[in-house]
Design a binder for this molecule. Structure first.
Ligand code: SF4
Ligand code: SF4
Length: 82
């Protein structure tokens, strides 16, 4: 999963781009639910939020480093596709 750092300027552009509805407003800046973020695996070739973020504040979440098969399994769980 990816995460949003405190460099986020709350520009709002990433939230609607997330195919997994993983992005929401947190206490003071946007946040990513690590249980919903597949790093866009299953939907797109590149993380859509990273592509669009104007300040490059979306790194990999060090507490949720996942392999591609793990991310695909999460995608399948979220979408119900087997
Ligand atoms: Fe959503 Fe994809 Fe960004 Fe994860 S990487 S928060 S799934 S847009
Ligand atoms: Fe924050 Fe970047 Fe999302 Fe804008 S695109 S709300 S700066 S994480």
């Amino acid at each position: 999963a990816l995460m949003i750092t405190d460099e986020c300027i709350n520009c709002d552009v990433c939230e609607p781009e997330c195919p997994n509805d993983a992005i929401s407003m947190g206490e003071s800046f946007y946040q990513i639910d690590p249980h919903r973020c597949t790093e866009c695996v299953g939907h797109f070739d590149e993380p859509q939020c990273v592509q669009i973020c104007p300040v490059a504040c979306i790194p990999v979440n060090p507490a949720h480093v996942e392999t591609r098969p793990m991310l695909m399994a999460k995608y399948e769980r979220l979408t119900g596709d087997a």
